[in-house]
Design a protein around this ligand. Structure first.
Ligand SMILES: CC(C)(COP(=O)(O)OP(=O)(O)OC[C@H]1O[C@@H](n2cnc3c(N)ncnc32)[C@H](O)[C@@H]1OP(=O)(O)O)[C@@H](O)C(=O)NCCC(=O)NCCS
Length: 248
């Protein structure tokens, strides 16, 4: 326990040049204070003591503005910077060396019991106000942008931004947000659905025009270009998706 607390202090000195001494860290760093109290309440939680760990966790919240459920597992050298508004759920797990800024939520989705909060592997940075929701895994060395909402597991060494969170960098390489392999499924599905609907509409129009042409024989209508994605924007979407039209 003492070793862990020493490493909690060491990481603050390492990461925050403003931290001048151990006394200052004890008195002025709510992130440190909350993890310090949590390490104790977590032990009581593991002993299956009723109510007391929850009460201590609420006192911790009142003192520091950081709410950590006593069941949450927090690794070594975890630093919560500034801290106010951070919420860490019961089944959340935070790996060694992670850095969380103010307003971060490691929250649950749904009302099921069991694992329902995220797991952060080692060395993850979660930007101010970011929400990481559900029983997902955020791979080691990943950075989550301020204000992002991450609802799917993320591979290691990634940078995730936006709502819903999408990967913009992986292993140092920039990812084109419209590149097929990097598109979050939700976005890709919306584009595919729209393409499907355009095809249906074009085919219906094609049939209507054929019927119309039968009625008005003397008027020649060029129907050869209908029924297939023809305009520039459609072609661009197909190129970005990297799919052949026959895949839709
Ligand atoms: C996500 C983050 C780590 C990325 O840093 P980076 O590797 O330097 O990445 P870049 O600044 O090159 O940004 C990459 C792209 O993501 C976008 N982006 C960066 N942060 C973003 C965010 N929080 N939300 C949405 N988009 C973001 C950039 O605009 C850029 O888009 P582009 O390629 O279309 O221009 C950083 O922007 C961040 O949010 N850090 C958290 C910092 C924080 O919370 N500080 C609190 C201090 S109290």
């Amino acid at each position: 326990m003492i070793k862990t607390i020493k490493s909690d202090i060491a990481i603050i000195r390492e990461r925050d040049p403003a931290a001048r001494g151990i006394l200052e860290i004890f008195l002025c760093y709510p992130g440190f204070q909350s993890i310090f109290i949590h390490r104790f309440t977590h032990k009581l939680w593991n002993l299956k003591l009723p109510l007391i760990p929850r009460i201590l966790s609420q006192i911790n919240r009142s003192l520091t503005g950081i709410e950590i459920h006593p069941g949450a597992k927090i690794g070594r050298k975890v630093f919560i910077d500034h801290g106010m508004g951070v919420v860490i759920g019961e089944t959340a797990e935070i790996g060694d060396n992670c850095l969380l800024y103010q307003g971060v939520t490691l929250g649950g989705t749904g009302k099921n019991h069991g694992k329902r909060h995220p797991t952060l592997k080692e060395n993850v940075v979660v930007g101010a106000g970011a929400k990481v929701l559900g029983s997902i895994i955020v791979g080691a060395n990943t950075r989550i942008g301020a204000g992002s909402v991450v609802v799917r597991s993320v591979q290691g060494n990634s940078t995730v931004v936006g709502i819903p969170g999408r990967v913009v960098h992986q292993s140092g390489a920039k990812i084109n947000p419209l590149a097929h392999s990097a598109l979050p499924d939700a976005e890709a599905n919306v584009i595919r659905n729209l393409m499907d609907r355009i095809d249906i509409l074009e085919n219906q129009l094609n049939r209507l025009q054929k019927a119309f042409q039968n009625l008005v024989d003397d008027e020649v209508i060029d129907i050869s270009k209908l029924g297939d994605a023809q305009n520039l924007k459609d072609k661009e979407i197909i190129e970005f998706l990297g799919d052949d039209k026959t895949n839709y």
